[in-house]
Design a protein around this ligand. Structure first.
Ligand code: ADP
Ligand code: ZN
Length: 357
């Protein structure tokens, strides 16, 4: 019997899959790895040290094939070609064939690189996401974006490759460093303001940094929202762009500080603050929206002030820019995002006017 688990269906036409949030999920694995002699489990050294033994125990409990750890160094700086090569070598060594399946057991870094390795291996093998960070549970493990970083930029080499299954156990978040937890909360807040008043209210009343049933409900709501968006726009042709709320400014902030000062989530939090003020300042957003978003950010220790005008050159370098314009995601109301194609010249003028020092 499966306890405390809700199935969330990601209704993609070609390759639908399910996300399970809760405990007791390992018993869903066997049919996905049936007939495989060994299953490569891409994970990072921290995650494996904490949870590797537990995962290995499920071999016997659920009659799984041998789970072979393919361990990478933790951190975004290792999401690169060199690590990818090592993963491929491990796939070869374990005779992973076209019918095989790979597990991605870790945070966003592991999910991105393992997913990309699976997308490339023999032109694509199946993979299962077992996210262990809040960010990965609510954001990166759902939607099929996989990538590695190269010198020229983050996530520049990648593919859309949907997982076959996502198993998220919030109990694993108890060991997550506070900063990583907070970083994930930024994506939670992003999802909440894009989706509904109800979710925003839940996030405002949540106990910050605590893993409890309320957090589990919030994770489910975030996955459901992202899943619906992705199902409507798998390859980011339109609607999916809304998920970039706060990210244009956030990416610029990350780049400005050489990806060192802030985590991705913190940068996105600072970016959402700018986007909210921008939306309100140019009359697109309902009055008061920026102070409401700031209250959510503050509650979770994410009220971060960054100068908006300084970001202009960094925004111009964003890979999402096309020609002389950028798609800005703004909020009309909570739960009602709009994508506004904005020429750089206009963006620059408005930012200077609104955020003059
Ligand atoms: P993100 O999901 O934010 O992209 P990463 O994959 O870089 O994050 O993981 C962030 C850090 O947290 C890494 O050092 C990773 O090893 C560690 N980590 C991941 N999951 C857990 C966990 N459940 N408990 C403790 N540390 C974890
Ligand atoms: Zn993000």
């Amino acid at each position: 019997m499966i306890l405390s688990m809700d199935e969330i269906e990601i209704k993609l036409v070609a390759n639908p899959y399910s996300v399970y949030v809760g405990t007791g999920w390992m018993e869903l694995l066997p049919p996905f790895v049936e007939g495989q002699a060994r299953v490569p489990v891409v994970s990072d050294r921290n995650v494996w040290r904490l949870y590797g033994e537990g995962l290995k125990n499920s071999e016997e409990v659920y009659g799984l094939p041998e789970l072979v750890p393919v361990l990478i160094q933790p951190g975004e700086s290792h999401k690169n070609m060199k690590t990818l090569e090592k993963i491929f070598a491990a796939f070869a060594e374990n005779e992973l064939d076209r019918s095989g399946c790979v597990l991605a057991f870790g945070g966003g870094v592991v999910g991105d690189i393992a997913g990309f390795a699976a997308a490339c291996w023999m032109r694509g093998v199946r993979y299962i996401q077992i996210p262990t960070t809040l960010l990965a549970m609510v954001d990166s493990s759902v939607g099929g974006k996989t990538a590695i970083d190269i010198q020229a930029g983050k996530n520049l080499v990648g593919a859309f490759h949907q997982p076959s299954l996502v198993l998220a156990n919030p109990a694993l978040l108890r060991t997550l460093p506070p900063l990583e937890f907070q970083s994930g909360m930024a994506e939670v807040i992003k999802t909440a303001v894009l989706s509904s008043e109800e979710l925003c209210a839940g996030i405002l009343s949540m106990e910050p940094g605590v893993v409890d049933p309320e957090l589990e409900c919030v994770i489910r709501a975030c996955v459901r929202f992202k899943g619906d968006v992705v199902a409507q726009d798998e390859h980011e042709g339109g609607l999916r762009k809304i998920l970039n709320f706060g990210h244009t400014f956030g990416h610029a902030i990350e780049a400005k500080y050489g990806f060192k000062k802030y985590t991705h989530g913190q940068a996105v939090a600072a970016g959402m603050r700018i986007a909210a003020r921008y939306g309100e300042g140019c009359g697109i957003s309902e009055k008061g929206i920026s102070s409401r978003i700031e209250a959510l950010l503050k509650r979770h220790g994410l009220l971060i002030e960054e100068d908006a005008v300084d970001l202009i050159p960094w925004i111009r370098n964003d890979k999402k820019t096309h020609g002389e314009a950028i798609d800005l995601v703004l909020l009309k109301y909570i739960g009602e995002p709009v994508v506004i194609p904005t020429p750089f010249s206009e963006l620059e003028r408005t930012l200077k006017k609104m955020f003059k020092k």
